[in-house]
Ligand binder design. Structure first.
Ligand code: COS
Length: 386
């Protein structure tokens, strides 16, 4: 749902200008230095981007999901590392708190997240628990007015900058699987938190992940998200439903940029006496990419409108995430092909996008996990009707 077309259009214009004038020119430097310059981070904060999804009552922009995905379509027409810096704070790091936090927890963290003062990270994955999230082993044992957390979380985006972690940990050791898991809001300055070395990734230079190790980390009992034990897995799944739609929008944004670059190159590059875009075999790659992009964008908008209307979108978000991330991979691959040799060397930027987009098919649930989620919902619906 778009609440006010004029206000949204002003926001989209500012983001579009920011991307064109500030982020695109910085892409190579961010990749080379593996760091986003501080002045760009400050501008992101000033634009209110860290508060996109934080309710207005807590100082954010309180965007609806349809508004959010439209902003993401614009913001991501550049290196995805820029979005990644704010992605956990507007997404998986904050949304558990927005959905299930107590009023006190919300007041304690959300206003500072909205300004970008506090970066939020989401700690679900562990060395032995990835796709099978319910098998996680991090423990939070009650000790008087505290919980003591022990365990290791892996590939935690923005952990080196985080002010708060949403941590999924097992509170009831006698209950295996999802039901024994609770979520905690853990202040990153709490003693007993150690960060691992920064992971060396295939792409997304400028965005950083690392292990977060909890070693007898004592947190106050009121850090328990929502104040209720055993709800952490459900919270994580709800967060991921929304997060998957957000990532699908990221894929659309990045694919829009890649296709625009491929089209411009096809119109400019001449071989056999004419622009290569005049050749039907190149046109086929452009047309297939345009169709992929149109389909992905339509799915994202449809799922966003359904969620804003109050519907559960676990199935639609999984469909959109799977299709958009796979489509983005195909579009990047065709772009390398259109660029030819120039697409394989670093200067064009296409080689960097090709590496960057590979992650989209993996994080916030692999394509194979999206398939499981989609099929599970189909079978459940079918059984309910039988
Ligand atoms: N919304 C609300 N609740 C949900 C839910 C959702 N989308 N999905 C599951 N739940 C609930 C279920 O209702 C169930 O609760 P009840 O037992 O009370 O009914 C509980 O959570 C367990 O659900 P389920 O049995 O489906 O869990 P599984 O162990 O089979 O796991 C998958 C389901 C595989 C989908 C899940 O583990 C997953 O998403 N894995 C991928 C994790 C991931 O994306 N990691 C990326 C890194 S984090 S950035």
């Amino acid at each position: 749902m778009i609440r006010d077309t004029e206000t949204l259009s002003l926001l989209l214009d500012s983001v579009r200008r920011f991307v064109r004038e500030r982020l695109v020119p910085a892409e190579h430097a961010v990749s080379d230095n593996d760091q986003i310059p501080a002045d760009i981070v400050a501008e992101m904060k000033a634009l209110g981007l860290f508060g996109m999804t934080i309710p207005e009552a807590h100082g954010g922009l309180g965007l609806t999901i349809e508004e959010e995905v439209n902003v993401v379509f614009e913001l991501c027409q550049t290196s995805p590392a820029f979005r990644s810096l704010l992605g956990t704070t507007v997404g998986i790091g904050s949304q558990g708190l927005v959905m299930d936090g107590t009023p006190t927890q919300k007041s304690a963290w959300l206003p500072r997240m909205a300004t970008g003062e506090v970066i939020a990270s989401f700690c679900l994955t562990e060395p032995d628990s990835g796709s099978d999230a319910a098998s996680l082993r991090t423990r939070a044992v009650r000790d008087g007015d505290h919980y003591v957390i022990n365990g290791t979380k892996r590939y935690i985006t923005n952990a080196p900058y985080a002010g708060v972690f949403t941590v999924m940990a097992r509170t009831d050791l006698s209950v295996p699987g999802a039901a024994g898991i609770s979520a905690f809001l853990v202040d990153a300055t709490t003693p007993g938190i150690v960060l691992g070395k920064i992971d060396q990734k295939m792409g997304h230079k400028g965005s950083h992940t690392c292990d977060v190790i909890f070693d007898n980390c004592r947190v106050p009992a009121d850090s328990l998200l929502g104040g209720v034990e055993g709800q952490g897995f459900r919270t994580a799944m709800k967060v991921l439903d929304k997060g998957r739609l957000h990532i699908a929008a990221v894929c659309v944004g990045v694919a829009t940029r890649i296709l625009a670059d491929a089209l411009a190159y096809a119109m400019e590059r001449r071989q056999f006496g004419q622009a290569i875009g005049e050749f039907q075999l190149v046109q086929a790659m452009l047309a297939d990419s345009q169709t992929d992009l149109y389909a992905a964008r339509s799915m994202v908008l449809d799922a966003a409108q359904k969620r804003d209307a109050g519907q559960s979108i676990a199935l639609e978000a999984a469909c959109a995430k799977m299709f958009a991330s796979e489509a983005c991979g195909r579009i990047a691959d065709r772009a390398v092909q259109i660029f030819g040799g120039a697409g394989y060397v670093a200067d064009s930027g296409i080689e960097r996008f090709y590496r960057d987009v590979r992650l989209f098919r993996i994080y916030e649930g692999t394509t194979q996990i999206q398939q499981l989620v989609i099929a599970k919902h189909m079978l459940r619906e079918c059984r309910a009707q039988a």
